[in-house]
Design a protein around this ligand. Structure first.
Ligand SMILES: *Cc1c(COP(=O)(O)O)cnc(C)c1O
Length: 404
């Protein structure tokens, strides 16, 4: 019997009902924190067999540990796919995802040749592409992933082997059509990596829509409480999953058991939190729409959003917990003054926490771009980005209105 997503988020990965070790009088309902760097067996032969099996067999914790495996198991369960790798940060998950996505069929060495990436990516992701990949001779081209004609012509011209996009982009909250782009990419045998951090598995499951790897900063919604840094990727195919696993074991961006425990615990309430955060965000976006101090409320749930229909279809009627506000004044001074007047929303980078957070992209995620470069990607000087928390929507709204 297949349970619904909400149920699987609560149960998957932990307390196996079937397959608990024979002879155990009990099974813990909550996966313990296995703080052990290594694992021993009764005999050298059994240890030899564990090394031979590889994969999930326990031998040394850089290769995996039971607490981290429980997080990987719940992610595979809810996203589908052949394997997951939990890592020490979202960035290491994305780096590993890009390496593994470039694995040629029939080979086991990851080496992407040409990456076609969205021009609207998380700042550090753009930097990884420009420094770690482009600097080593990998072709890197950026394009607007919301313009399918542009994506198609870039694919035709460049024949990339990897595409990288965000399901919902930061901070402009553009929505990419994952199935259409995956279809185009597969025509030339390219693999698609989707950073689904902002959408979460509650809004969409990229693998089911055709993508090859779904990657998350688990720091954000998956953990949800602002108390841990972590990442996870889920791969659809066995070759990509095995490559990602092998490279993680080799380089060691492995997630530690304490962090894995916090994230697994967060995942259990993900559906509840998202439910509330999406409802709060919609209510606040609608209430602020038309406010005299605001030029534009950017939220996929508003009909004025350019990909409103796509978002409604792709995200099953939810629109996420992020809202960006373009202030009418359009200046850095106005944005900073508004941020300083907020009493409830915390002025801190990151997103997806239970607390409402506010950031000003020019001093955080887009700090390294000058004003003109920011305007070229559509980020005005008066843009504030809110990650709406689980507080009472009226309290959050009142806080924003008094600050405006
Ligand atoms: C935060 C974030 C990352 C990076 O994740 P870390 O856990 O900070 O390494 C990548 N992509 C998106 C969309 C993010 O929001």
């Amino acid at each position: 019997m297949t349970h619904h997503l909400t149920t699987r988020l609560v149960h998957a990965g932990e307390h196996p009902r079937a397959g608990a070790p024979a002879g155990n009088a009990y099974t813990p309902t909550s996966m313990p924190i296995h703080a052990s760097s290594t694992f021993f067996y009764n005999t050298a032969e059994e240890l030899d067999a564990a090394f031979e099996r590889g994969g999930d067999a326990m031998n040394y914790a850089r290769h995996g540990n039971p607490t981290t495996n429980a997080l990987e198991a719940v992610m595979v369960d809810i996203e589908g796919g052949r394997g997951a790798v939990a890592t020490a940060s979202g960035m290491s998950a994305l780096y590993l995802a890009l390496l593994a996505a470039g694995t040629p069929r029939g080979a086991t060495e990851p080496h992407p040749r040409h990456i076609l990436a969205s021009s609207d990516l998380y700042g550090a992701t753009t930097k990884i592409l420009k420094t770690m990949f482009a600097a080593q001779g990998v072709g890197v081209t950026f394009c607007d992933m919301t313009r399918l004609d542009e994506v198609q012509s870039k694919i035709d011209a460049l024949e990339p082997d990897v595409l990288l996009l965000e399901a919902i982009s930061n901070p402009l909250l553009k929505v990419a059509d994952i199935s259409a782009i995956s279809q185009m990419a597969h025509e030339v045998d390219a693999r698609v990596v989707v950073d689904a951090t902002m959408a979460t598995p509650v809004l969409c499951q990229p693998l089911a829509l055709g993508a090859d790897i779904s990657a998350h900063s688990a720091t954000k919604y998956l953990a949800g409480h602002g108390d841990v840094i972590g990442g996870v990727l889920v791969a659809k195919g066995g070759l990509v999953a095995d490559t990602a696993h092998a490279y993680a074991a080799l380089i060691g961006p492995t997630l530690g058991p304490f962090e894995a425990k916090l994230i697994t615990r967060g995942v259990k309430t993900l559906a509840l939190r998202m439910e509330r955060q999406c409802a709060n965000a919609l209510k606040i976006a609608q209430a602020l729409n038309g406010h005299s101090a605001i030029k534009q409320v950017i939220y996929p749930g508003l009909p004025s959003h350019p990909q409103h229909a796509l978002a409604a279809r792709q995200f099953g009627g939810k629109s996420g917990g992020m809202i960006s506000l373009e202030l009418a004044a359009g200046t850095r001074e106005a944005a900073i003054a508004c941020m300083n007047k907020l009493k409830l929303a915390l002025p801190a980078t990151s997103l997806g926490d239970i607390y409402t957070l506010v950031t000003y992209p020019p001093i955080s995620s887009h700090r390294e771009l000058d004003a003109e470069q920011r305007r070229n990607v559509g980020i005005g000087d008066g843009l504030l980005r809110f990650s709406i928390g689980i507080e009472d929507a009226d309290d959050i709204l009142a806080d924003i209105v008094q600050a405006l």
